[in-house]
Design a protein around this ligand. Structure first.
Ligand code: NAD
Length: 512
């Protein structure tokens, strides 16, 4: 796969975007227009120009998608294929994603504003890896056996569950969609994907890839539309057995409420307000690099962003000085420019929401050390750009230290002791990720055990092996995705009790 040169991304955009100008639902193996006649528009965050018209599914479209997925599950070959055959098709999906990586990356960048330099390899190629990884895992699904003397052998088998509704957010949509679709299909389920309305386009590319890879009709379906209508309809539908949701905590709560009536199985990957705790004894250069990348990459629109920086008082002033100088040099620019480090936020409304938090921080008495406003460059005037923003002297109780801002905004909080750091780290309703920087191994372990989060990185930026479980505690989620943990969600665990001999059976009502 030859890599497209920098200058050609713009040319590629011109040839690729017309092909996604009017996208369609993908149901039962066919791209189709909705029956509702309703549409919404997707805009380029760099210019706020409309780049695509997208159908909004009505009840008939949703019903059609669920019926197709149910038929593919109950009558189609997919759940009954040998695992190795399903794996072969999933690997073909991975190959096609790699072949089309530049095209997918350009579409994703145009639709989300994420810099191309952060999308192609870390997101699109990672998406291909997800399919390869879960293809391999599909052939290794296994069970336990419980022999009981020579009378019984009890054993467990894992079977696909049925139709899954996969509901995804607008941040890094392509990778997150594959993170659900790959294990879901690998386990033999069928699905309906409902992408976020602010970033619908890369899902369309995924549907093309899945069709071209030879996935049978109805196994993967794609419907677009507002979450309150389409997402809730999936959660309400009795034929949908699983809902895997990634998004805001409030939406997740609402979805569980709606799905309770039909007792859905849920996987919930929700919001975060993850702490980065830097002790004075840490490798401060590396801690600085990781802090900056962790909150400002992907435009700060990242669930595991380290958006609260807890700094030990001895190093506070020096570290803040270095931090602010570096943040002021971050290159804000057009997402298709390979030099860009921070691009425009996904949507005008989201920019307004983040700017409101900048006001809130100032009203609360935090000090705005840098950023907090739009860049002056006239070339960026039409886009949803915000300069990378750092608040210092933030109190842990302030809203900017408690609420998920989901943009390029960092809140810096001083602390004195390890106990205080732990108390501040845990003093939020979220518990997704945490990052600890110290050269004291005992302290690192105490912090790793004490922090209330699903994942802790020690002296490390957010790198993840695909085998490890991913997910949050507290209001950051329920369940884990990744590795074998995905299969715990996407399979039904059945116990078979097999009698080997003639064990005693009580004889009720038998003749004397
Ligand atoms: P969101 O909750 O607004 O939307 C997520 C998805 O749910 C979208 O497809 C949306 O259309 C749909 N939706 C909205 N309302 C719905 C409803 N009532 N019923 C059913 N579906 C509904 O989230 P977002 O703004 O798209 O994404 C950002 C959020 O996602 C942040 O909070 C972020 O932390 C979180 N996130 C979490 C993880 C994780 O792994 N924990 C990963 C990425 C993003």
């Amino acid at each position: 796969m030859a890599r497209v040169e920098q200058k050609d991304y713009v040319a590629l955009r011109e040839s690729v975007l017309p092909r996604v100008r009017t996208v369609k639902h993908f149901i039962a193996g066919e791209f189709m227009e909705g029956t509702s006649g309703a549409f919404f528009e997707s805009v380029d965050p760099a210019t706020n120009e409309v780049i695509a018209t997208v159908p909004a599914a009505g009840p008939d479209d949703i019903e059609r998608a669920v019926s197709a997925a149910l038929r593919a599950f109950t009558e189609g070959p997919w759940p009954r294929l040998p695992a190795a055959e399903r794996a072969r098709i999933l690997r073909r999906i991975a190959e096609l994603i790699r072949e089309r990586a530049d095209e997918i990356a350009v579409v994703e960048s145009a639709d989300t504003g994420i810099p191309i330099a952060q999308i192609r390899d870390a997101q699109v190629l990672r998406a291909a890896d997800n399919f390869d990884f879960f293809a391999e895992m599909a052939t290794k699904i296994t069970g336990e056996s419980y022999p009981v003397d020579d009378l019984f052998i009890n054993f467990t088998i894992r079977q696909p569950v049925g139709v899954a509704g996969l509901i995804t957010p607008w941040n890094t949509p392509f990778m997150l969609e594959t993170w659900k679709v790959a294990p879901c299909l690998a386990a033999g389920n069928t699905c309906i994907l409902k992408p976020a309305s602010w970033s619908p386009l890369s899902a369309y590319k995924l549907a093309e890839v899945i069709r071209d890879a030879g996935v049978p009709p109805g196994v993967f379906n794609l419907v677009y539309g507002p979450g309150e209508r389409v997402g809730e309809a999936l959660a309400r539908h009795p034929a949908v057995k699983l809902i895997s949701f990634t998004g805001e905590t409030t939406t997740g709560k609402r979805l569980m409420h709606v799905g309770a009536e039909t007792l859905k199985r849920f996987s919930m990957e929700l919001g975060g307000k993850s702490p980065v705790v830097v002790f004075a004894d840490a490798d401060l250069d590396r801690a600085l690099d990781a802090t900056i990348f962790g909150v400002f990459s992907l435009n700060g629109e990242r669930c595991t962003a380290g958006s609260r920086l807890l700094l030990q008082k001895d190093i506070y002033n020096d570290f803040v000085d270095r931090l602010v100088r570096r943040v002021q040099r971050i290159r804000v620019g057009h997402p298709l420019d390979r030099a860009t480090e921070v691009g425009p936020l996904i949507h005008r409304k989201h920019l307004e929401r983040v700017l409101r938090y900048v006001e809130i921080g100032q009203e609360e008495g935090a000090i705005l050390a840098t950023g907090g406003r739009r860049p002056e460059d006239p070339e960026l005037a039409r886009g949803n750009y915000l300069l990378p923003t750092v608040f210092v002297d933030v109190a842990p109780t302030m809203r900017i230290a408690q609420e998920e801002i989901f943009g390029p905004v960092l809140s810096v909080i001083p602390f004195s002791t390890e106990e205080e750091a732990l108390r501040i780290a845990n003093g939020v309703r979220y518990g997704l990720a945490a990052y600890v920087w110290t050269n004291d191994t005992s302290r690192a372990l105490r912090m790793a055990r004490g922090i209330e989060s699903g994942m802790v990185w020690v002296n490390s930026q957010n790198v993840r092996d695909l085998r490890t479980p991913f997910g949050g505690m507290k209001e950051s989620g329920i369940g884990r995705e990744g590795g074998v943990y995905s299969f715990e969600f996407y399979t039904e665990l059945k116990t078979v009790h097999l009698a080997l001999g003639r064990h005693r059976i009580p004889r009720m009502g038998a003749d004397e």
